[in-house]
Design a protein around this ligand. Structure first.
Ligand SMILES: [Zn+2]
Length: 350
């Protein structure tokens, strides 16, 4: 089994919803459940040894992708911006679940690559706290310091939504990621603060203009935690060749997103998507950027993923498909965890 440290999941969102429904999210994670993709037993079974766990503030109405037209094309309008006070409440509630899971021994909240490696050695899920869209944080960045003290070590300034820091891309096919403005003045300040504090900056969901704004400002490797190749699946969420080339030059990485809409040639939201579509994107990313710049970013608990994987327990099926496609053990080690550990260590000033 090749242990995987994965670049993106939404398990905290699922657990937060469980608590809102009156269930016990700590017991649900530790003991296992039938919902969603990740809990401790399924992660263990699939060699999902850890990953970046997102604080993500859901939109007020349930998010659904727009139905495609007769040509299979769709444009899902951007969600409305969120109010900060309610976003801060929800962000704190999700951070609290992350801390409670750590205290209960359900996972280990990691603040360094040494923490991650020792959790991997001990067989405990290595969670890194991430924020996907910084709606809980005001332009004075006071909340950034507090979340950092609580363990936050990675953030994406925006989700597919506008906020005070910048602009996100819509879920749309086919569409270029160049859909509007990039970072705001507050966004540039946020990037500088992350560089100073040692918080990884994630470029998933940001507009192409925002991508270049971060590239011009940040001193970190360029990271897209859960994105794929636009040349193969031209959704606005995927990365153009020019973006991939910049990530290679800055020795960053792209984590393969398992979302079927970002893997399939036709971008259909259909779980009957073969593993070969995942291998095709990995091959493309490796050809373009080299083996050191490709990793995994499943989007477990946040997207429709291939039925062939199903949930975290099926994670090794992708590893097996990559091995059959010719990836050697050393390549798989890099894709599955070592590339993530390298860029995290750099972003964290280790
Ligand atoms: Zn996402």
């Amino acid at each position: 089994m090749e242990l995987v440290f994965d670049g993106h999941n939404d398990v905290l969102l699922r657990l937060w919803r469980s608590r809102a429904a009156g269930l016990d999210p700590i017991r649900e994670f530790i003991g296992g459940c039938r919902e969603g993709h990740i809990d401790a037993p399924r992660a263990k079974a699939g060699g999902l040894a850890g990953g970046l766990c997102a604080i993500y503030i859901p939109s007020l109405r349930d998010f659904t992708l727009k139905e495609p037209d007769a040509n299979g094309h769709y444009v899902t309008p951007l969600e409305a911006p969120l109010e900060r006070p309610i976003s801060l409440d929800i962000g704190l509630q999700m951070a609290a679940i992350a801390l409670q899971l750590d205290q209960a021994g359900g996972w280990r909240l990691c603040r360094s690559t040494a923490d991650i490696r020792s959790a991997l050695d001990d067989g405990v899920f290595a969670a890194v706290l991430h924020m996907e869209g910084c709606e809980p944080i005001d332009a004075d960045l006071a909340a950034l310091d507090v979340f950092h003290a609580a363990g936050l070590r990675s953030l994406g300034p925006v989700w597919s939504r506008h906020n005070i820091f910048g602009h996100g891309v819509p879920f749309a096919f086919p569409m270029s990621p160049d859909t509007g403005p990039g970072l705001t003045e507050a966004g540039f300040e946020l990037v500088r603060a992350c560089n100073r504090l040692g918080i990884l900056i994630d470029l998933a969901h940001i507009t192409e203009k925002g991508f270049w704004d971060v590239a011009d400002t940040s001193d970190q490797p360029l990271i897209a935690s859960h994105s794929n190749a636009h040349a193969l699946t031209p959704v606005a969420r995927n990365l153009t060749d020019r973006q991939l080339d910049a990530i290679r030059e800055r020795k960053g990485l792209v984590g393969l997103n398992y979302a079927v809409t970002m893997l399939r040639e036709d971008s259909r939201d259909d779980s009957h998507t073969p593993l070969s579509d995942m291998v095709r994107h990995v091959d493309y990313l490796v050809d373009r950027m080299g083996i050191d710049c490709v990793a995994l970013g499943s989007d477990f608990d946040g997207a429709t993923i291939p039925a062939a994987i199903g949930d975290a327990a099926g994670n090794q099926k992708l590893v097996a498909a990559l091995r059959s496609a010719g990836y050697a053990d050393d390549d798989l080690k890099k894709i599955c965890r070592e590339n993530w550990l390298r860029v995290l260590g750099q972003a964290w000033h280790e």
